[in-house]
Design a protein around this ligand. Structure first.
Ligand code: HEM
Length: 410
């Protein structure tokens, strides 16, 4: 079996050691690698930083539609029949210009650094509440399940206007959507189970849109419910898809970073001590955690014309899969990439992608990670692992599923 098929093996990809060993092998031996697997349509795996950046910034030549993330081909076929696209949804990451630009513009200003900075007090308040919770738990908790999964969820839900009592349901739906191959997280392995998850999202957000049309409150949900595109109200399906991408992209990724960031600090006590003694490094540390964890494992593009890449001939209409964690460990572009260094200059990292689709929520993500560690570390006297961490078996958004810790507050 060609080793590149391991990219589709959630067990290999769901563990940082085996995942990075595979990426190192591919970068060195076959950085543009054709992956053929009985359950998936073929695709080219791109693992070098320079190639991923080049492809990402050229949105006219490399399209997001029709294949955006890796899903099994029977599921792609069912989605095509049900919804007319291979993704089932048409969110920002599934669109190309001109529609992409128009819809991204609806919330572009809202997500810029200035407006996001104004959320600092609110985000800090939510971070403090979760640090309080950790203290109240009395010295032992599952850092991922009790804290890292819940805090970003509350932030993004408060931003899109979902009530706290609906959060558990949203968390389950997101895990069912992203953790599709993990037997402990998926609803079931049938195609109908996956479609059922999407239908539940649609049902929930249709009700939110209807409510904000009648009762606008000034939150992001109200902006989306009442937005105009080309002078016309946004299409209902576009609105719902916008909610889904914001709700889903907005917490699993950040949760994975906070869980993985905590693990990195535990494994690098010098960095933990430095961050605790120098809270002004928290923003830089957040960016390093995001590079280190690179929770979004991949996105895909489709070629519009034939090209040669590192000696491989790729035809028009073929699929390219961009592996971000690999880009972020590529020593050609990142100095000492396997060193976790909270003072690193991270301008060159690709965890948020690049170009026209670069993560819309990146400033919010950095703020959330920064605020959490700013609140936690000054109050902590000691923290250590209290059991083996466990990983989500996923090839799209990955991270820790569980990490027991033991700690003492000051
Ligand atoms: C550490 C946390 C996060 C990481 C690593 C991350 C990563 C990414 C990546 C890799 C993409 C695709 C970029 C590309 O194709 O070039 C993306 C897109 C996106 N992200 Fe994030 N993300 C994070 C947090 C967030 C948050 C908090 C939000 C909040 C709403 C968000 C919203 C979005 C949206 C809406 C898109 C689609 C943008 C487009 O296609 O125009 N993300 N993100």
């Amino acid at each position: 079996m060609n080793r590149n098929q391991d990219l589709l093996n959630p067990l290999v990809m769901g563990d940082e050691v085996s995942m990075h060993a595979l990426f190192r092998h591919l970068r060195e031996e076959d950085p543009v690698s054709l992956v053929e697997h009985p359950d998936f349509e073929p695709f080219w795996a791109i693992t070098k930083h320079a190639d991923i950046k080049h492809i990402s910034q050229n949105n006219a030549a490399f399209l997001n539609n029709p294949r955006t993330v890796l899903v099994r081909k029977d599921f792609e076929k069912a989605l095509l029949e049900q919804f007319g696209t291979r993704n089932g949804l048409e969110t920002l990451i599934h669109m190309d210009n001109p529609k992409h630009r128009k819809l991204r513009n609806v919330t572009r200003d809202w997500f810029k650094p200035g407006p996001i900075d104004r959320l600092t007090g609110d985000v800090q308040g939510i971070a403090r509440a979760y640090v309080d919770k950790m203290e109240e738990m009395g010295g032992e908790c599952d850092f991922v399940k009790d804290i890292a999964l819940l805090y970003p969820l509350r932030v993004i839900m408060s931003i899109i206007g979902v009530a706290p009592e609906e959060e558990a349901m949203m968390l389950r739906l997101t895990q069912e959507l992203f953790g599709g191959q993990d037997p402990t997280q998926s609803r079931g392995l049938e195609v109908s189970d996956g479609l059922g998850v999407l239908m539940d999202f649609f049902g929930y957000f249709t009700a939110v849109v209807e409510d904000r049309k009648k009762n606008p409150t000034g939150d992001l949900a109200s902006l989306l419910a009442n937005a105009l595109v080309d002078g016309e109200p946004m299409e209902a399906l576009d609105q719902i898809s916008y909610f889904i991408i914001t709700a889903t992209a907005g917490h699993d990724t950040t949760s994975a970073t906070i869980g993985g960031g905590m693990k990195a600090l535990l494994e690098h006590p010098d960095q933990l001590a430095k961050l605790r003694d120098n809270p002004e490094l928290a923003k830089q540390a957040a960016r390093e955690m995001i590079r280190w964890v690179s929770p979004v494992r991949h996105m895909m593009r489709t070629t519009t014309e034939a090209l040669e890449l590192r000696g491989k001939s790729i035809a028009a209409g073929e699929s390219l899969c961009l592996w971000y964690p690999s880009a972020n460990r590529d020593s050609e572009m990142i100095d000492n990439p396997d060193v976790f260094d909270i003072e690193r200059d991270n301008r060159n990292q690709l965890a948020f992608g690049y170009g026209g689709h670069m993560c819309l929520g990146q400033h919010l993500a950095v703020l959330e990670v920064e605020m959490f560690f700013r609140e936690l570390l000054p109050r902590l006297d000691h923290i250590e692992m209290a059991g083996d961490p466990d990983w989500v078996q996923a090839i799209f958004v990955g991270g820790l599923k569980s990490m027991p810790v033991r700690y003492r507050f000051r």
